[in-house]
Structure formats: structure tokens, C-alpha cells
Design a binder for this molecule. Structure first.
Ligand SMILES: [Zn+2]
Length: 144
């Protein structure tokens, strides 16, 4: 695909996409809230400033935009123009995500990533979120 925009126009387009990344995060926040879970946002002092922090449960949810975090889905493909610019940049984001997750795990946090492309399937998302936050072991404890 040829890039018909000037570098400056392309930069602005990409910035617009980036700021829209908050829309998936809002959707996940609303859903989690409706399910009755309470969380804190972007807690400082934690690696990667996680999007949703469930302090009591020691659990964290990141909401990742497919493009910026280089998801392996069709939305996560790097632009074919100016590859030399995009590939290292997106690769760095990916590495940073992995590092942050490893650090959080070391600190005793469990981490779940919700990808932008997964949000449309609300039923599946509810299943994943409740399983992650409440897990089977918790339910078992409640039954005993
Ligand atoms: Zn995706």
C-alpha cells in the first residue's frame, strides 16, 4: 500500500488513532464496573501504569490497542510504508509490554490483557474477565 499522505499528515492521522485507544479502555471499564468489580485506574508506581488495578485481588487488566501493541490480529499489522520507522517503534512497544508484565508478575500481580479486537464479543469478554478476577479457586472457597 502506497502512502499518499505527507509524513506530517501521516503523523497526525496516527496520533488521532492513538487518542482513540481510550475508547476500548472505556468499554472495558464500563463492563467490569457493571459486573460489580471495583478497581483503580492507572496506579502510579506500578510498571506500565496499568489501566485497571484490582488491589485486593492483586490483579491487573491492561487494555491494548491492536495497532500500538502489535497484536497478531489483522488490526495489528504495521503499515507497509515507512517500515523502517514503524517496525522498530512497534517492536519496542511490544518488548516494553512484556517487560512490564514480567515485573508485575515478580511483584505478585496477575496480569490479563484485553485486546481491542476482543471487545466486540461481549459474552466472551465477560467470561474471561470473571474467570480472571474470580477464578475457579475463589468460587470453590465461597462454596465451602
Ligand atoms: Zn487484535
Amino acid at each position: 500500500m502506497a502512502d499518499w499522505l505527507t509524513p506530517e499528515q501521516r503523523r497526525r492521522v496516527m496520533q488521532a488513532i492513538k487518542s482513540k485507544d481510550t475508547a476500548p479502555e472505556m468499554a472495558v471499564r464500563r463492563l467490569v464496573h457493571r459486573l460489580g468489580y471495583r478497581y483503580r485506574l492507572h496506579r502510579k508506581g506500578l510498571p506500565g501504569r496499568p489501566d485497571l488495578v484490582f488491589g485486593g485481588r492483586k490483579k491487573i487488566i491492561f487494555v491494548h490497542g491492536c495497532f500500538w501493541h502489535a497484536h497478531t490480529c489483522r488490526y495489528g499489522r504495521a503499515p507497509t510504508s515507512r517500515e523502517e520507522y514503524w517496525l522498530p517503534k512497534l517492536e519496542r512497544n511490544k518488548e516494553r509490554d512484556a517487560e512490564n508484565q514480567a515485573k508485575l508478575n515478580k511483584l505478585g500481580w496477575s496480569v490479563m490483557v484485553v485486546w481491542e479486537c476482543e471487545i466486540k464479543d461481549t459474552a466472551a469478554l465477560i467470561d474471561r474477565v470473571t474467570f480472571f478476577l474470580d477464578g475457579l479457586s475463589d468460587k470453590k472457597t465461597k462454596l465451602e
